[in-house]
Structure formats: C-alpha cells, structure tokens
Design a protein around this ligand. Structure first.
Ligand code: SF4
Length: 248
C-alpha cells in the first residue's frame, strides 16, 4: 500500500474515533447545559440584583478599578478610587500624571508600583488613541495595557451590555464545585467551557451572582451547603450532604 493511501486510511480512522467521542460527549453537554439553566434561575431568585461590586461612574473608571482589584478586595478599591479621582479626575489627568504620584495613592491596594504604571500606560493609550473613551470591541479592550480577559469581559458586559463571562476566583471555584466544569482552574479554559453551556445573554449577570453567592454562602474555606439554594443540584453539595437535606 502506498504511503499516501495509508495516511488517508489513518486519517479516516482518526475522524471516526473523534466523531464517536463527540457523539458520546453531546448528551453530557446537554446535561450540563440543563444544570447551568437551573443554577441561573435559582441564583436569580436568590440575588435579584446582579451588579458589579466595584463603584464607578464612567467606563474608564471601571478599567482603573479592575486593575486595582487584582489581589485586593473590592471594598478596599472602592475606598481608594475616590481619592485617586479627587486628584486626577479625568483620563487626561491620569495620562499626564507622574506614575509615582498615582502609586502613592493606590499603594494600599497592594502591588502599587505595577498597578500605577499599568493605569498610567492604559490612560495614555485611551487619551492618545481613543479620544479619552474606552473602545467598544473585546480585542481592543484586551490590547490595553494591564487588561486581561477577565477585565475585558467585565467591561464588555457591564459597560456595553454585551455577552460576557467573567472568570474570577468565585466563578472558577463555584463552577467546579457545582459541576458546571470539571477540574478546570485556568480562567481562559473555564471561560471557554462556560461559553458552551451558558446562554450568552445570561453570562455576565451569572458571574456577578457567583460573586454574591461565593461571599454569602459558598465561601472558599467553608461552603455552607446545608443552607444553599443549590444544594440538591450542586455536585459538591450532593456529595457533602448525601441527599439528606432536601429543599423545601
Ligand atoms: S451546595 Fe455547597 S458547594 Fe454547592 S454551591 Fe452551595 S455552598 Fe457551594
């Protein structure tokens, strides 16, 4: 048999095996989609108001806040940003500020040196290239200095009302516990998995509700499964409670 013929047969075999695998995965994916819809409905009832806990009035301020929020609490960021905007009230003012002066104000948020420089570079780009506005496409936002996928998604969802999946620590922890994803910790991979099972228009609010639920009930150190509204459908809840506690 010619080498090219062998190659063709091997390719066909591989395609058939991939299709078999895919066919097996489809029902599983359907199950997880149903679970996602149920989680969405229950969390909507539990937390009717789903919004970002960072305070901001203008789109560029949310960019500043999300950069400051890395390894810092939202509450601390919300204490610091009014001080920052009192001294530098516009994109132009921040773009022209000495990064050391920004650092002086933002250092209580931790990582002050790198955060101040990222904010300075980001505001310079907004000032010089975008007329002091935040660009409206995901790729343009992602290309801004100091902006990662999580922040870009947050801006798309909260500022522009577009589909978004914000994979922060709460989202990653809860989706793994609930069983929406399976042992995936890397934010970009969790995001990719959730895009497949969460209706696009629900993603942004769902992620805000994961934050609220993570704070109120499903804390990292001690998830309070016994009082959780998801306890009969959550993988971890079912394992922990063994079906002993039913929802009323
Ligand atoms: S049942 Fe437990 S692990 Fe699952 S979401 Fe609720 S608190 Fe978290």
């Amino acid at each position: 048999m010619k080498a090219s013929e062998t190659e063709r047969l091997n390719n066909n075999k591989k395609k058939a095996a991939d299709k078999k695998k895919q066919d097996k995965k489809e029902p599983e994916l359907e199950e997880v989609r149903k679970l996602a819809l149920e989680v969405i409905e229950r969390l909507k009832k539990e937390y009717p108001e789903a919004s970002c806990t960072l305070e901001y009035e203008k789109a560029w301020q949310l960019l500043v806040s999300v950069r400051l929020a890395a390894q810092c609490t939202d509450a601390r960021v919300d204490q610091i940003t009014p001080l920052l905007y009192a001294k530098f009230p516009t994109v132009k003012a921040l773009a022209e500020a000495d990064p050391d002066d920004i650092e002086e104000i933002v250092k209580p948020c931790g990582l002050g040196h790198s955060k101040a420089r990222d904010i300075s570079r980001c505001m310079r780009v907004l000032h010089l290239e975008y007329n002091d506005q935040v660009p409206e496409t995901f790729d343009e936002i992602l290309a801004l200095p100091g902006v990662g996928r999580k922040s870009a998604n947050l801006i798309m969802g909260d500022v522009f009302g577009k589909p978004a999946i914000v994979t922060d620590t709460h989202c990653i922890r809860l989706t793994n516990l609930i069983g929406l994803v399976d042992g995936i910790k890397e934010p970009a991979k969790v995001e990719k998995a959730l895009w497949k099972i969460v209706p696009p228009e629900e993603g942004n609010d769902l992620c805000h509700r994961f934050v609220l639920h993570g704070r109120a009930v499903c804390a990292a150190r001690h998830p309070r499964c016994e009082i959780c509204c998801l306890r009969d459908i959550c993988r971890h809840g079912k394992e922990t409670l063994g079906g002993k506690l039913k929802l009323k």
